[in-house]
Ligand binder design. Structure first.
Ligand code: APR
Ligand code: PHB
Length: 389
């Protein structure tokens, strides 16, 4: 088989890139290790920056997002007995869109399938060859049969555990990592959200987040120990703990019900540099991970896709290598800002096992400052709605 861009990974990064390339008549093949059902079974965050919404529009996949997504003009932050609101539209002129990442992925599959894009599921043993030359190729196995794709570029969109990052020689790569000493226990329940906006809560018992997917589907999280297991938490125990971490007036009106999903996610900050090696370009989780506080994972993947798509478009339409040559530098500049915001917001909102009295006072002082200072709220709002591409 022959194509222009071989895309490794059929998560949101790979699908968005494939769909954008398709709108410009640039051919690609997506190789996904799992099945479509498996990819659509993963539950991830659900807050979209305007930049991603615009990319979905450009990809021709934004109809359902506009019909079902919920625009949020601000968010609530609580600590102790205090609760305050950061107003996004007042500070930035922009809201965020609450719409599940799983739905973004579903809409992208829909768009690609309608236009007969090439997506290969159950692609095992993917190997990227000669990425540092101008004739790369990719080999893989489906149903025990070996296959080969000759291509001009390879987009490594295969997430944190994929093969693309590992293809870049270790002596070329530099990796930066911070692992946080706690996780998030999350549940999804078919209950109305406790509040029409998200609530991020810093409580002495640990962080909590009240989020949502729609009017009758809520997503809640509580900070937990890394040794915890979802099966150790009954639904009742989860609701009880959540209520103790959010303001009393919210706890009193919280509607509880059976969970339809319950899982634990560890928190990590990770960046690899550079994001390009020859004709291989890393996008999304393959190159970086953020802790979920602030929901920057998918949004940061989207900005990578934006830079790569425009670079490839410039290459095919204007015979210019300028965009692809600058890809790593441009993508990383924005990645590090999203890393900083996610790290800052995580540090502000969680209880740390080794937190001293002094550290605690600093956290409270910073929350007080954010509550009472316009400039601090503006800085938070600008980061939350998404820095410019
Ligand atoms: N070969 C082919 N596909 C692979 C391989 C491989 N060796 N390894 C992983 N994959 C697939 C995975 O099965 C997955 O479907 O690559 C896809 C990567 O998808 P994600 O992990 O969702 O990463 P990405 O598309 O960059 O999305 C970034 O989504 O994962 C969240 O938290 C993340 O919000 C962030 C955003
Ligand atoms: C979610 O809805 O899953 C979500 C929302 C906001 C976050 C993280 C996760 O900061």
């Amino acid at each position: 088989m022959k194509t222009q861009v071989a895309i490794i990974g059929g998560g949101p990064s790979g699908l968005l890139l494939a769909r954008l390339l398709q709108t410009r008549g640039i051919e690609s093949v997506v190789l996904e290790r799992k099945t479509k059902a498996y990819v659509l079974g993963r539950i991830r965050a659900g807050v979209l920056e305007q930049g991603l919404v615009s990319l979905m529009e450009q990809a021709g996949c934004a109809d359902r997002l506009h019909a079902e997504g919920i625009a949020h003009d601000g968010t609530l932050i609580s600590y102790g007995d205090e609760m305050f609101r950061v107003n996004f539209t007042e500070h930035t002129g922009k809201p965020v869109m609450v719409y599940g990442q799983t739905e973004v992925t579903r809409d992208l599959y829909g768009g690609l399938e309608q236009s007969s894009a090439q997506i290969v599921f159950n692609a095992e043993d993917v190997v990227i060859h000669n990425a540092h030359t101008d004739k790369p190729h990719v080999t893989y196995v489906v149903d025990g049969k070996p296959n080969r794709i000759n291509c001009e570029f390879v987009a490594g969109c295969d997430g944190f555990h994929g093969v693309s990052r590992q293809t870049i020689p270790i002596e070329v790569r530099r990796e930066y990592e911070k692992v946080y000493p706690f996780g998030w226990l999350g549940i999804l329940s078919e209950t109305p959200p406790v509040n029409h906006e998200l609530i991020y809560a810093n409580s002495p018992r640990g962080f909590a987040l009240c989020s949502m997917r729609n009017e009758n589907l809520s997503r809640y999280y509580i900070q937990c120990s890394l040794n915890d297991k979802p099966e150790n938490w009954s639904d009742d125990a989860f609701w009880h703990e959540l209520k103790r971490r959010i303001p009393t007036d919210q706890a009193d009106k919280l509607v509880t019900g059976p969970s339809i999903e319950k899982s634990i996610a560890p928190l990590r900050s990770f960046v690899t540099e550079p994001m390009r090696w020859g004709r291989l370009f890393l996008c999304g989780d393959a190159a970086h991970i953020v802790p979920p506080t602030g929901a920057k994972g998918l949004n940061t993947a989207a900005s990578d896709v934006h830079y790569l798509f425009n670079g490839l478009r410039d290459y095919y339409e204007n015979q210019s290598t300028n965009g692809i040559d600058k890809y790593s530098e441009k993508a990383l500049a924005r990645v590090w800002k999203a890393e900083r915001f996610s790290w800052w917001f995580s540090s502000l909102m969680h209880s740390y096992p080794d937190q001293s009295e002094f550290d605690l006072k600093m956290q409270i002082a910073e929350l007080e400052f954010l509550r009472s200072n316009r400039a601090a709220q503006q800085a938070m709002a600008e980061n939350y709605v998404g820095l410019p591409y």
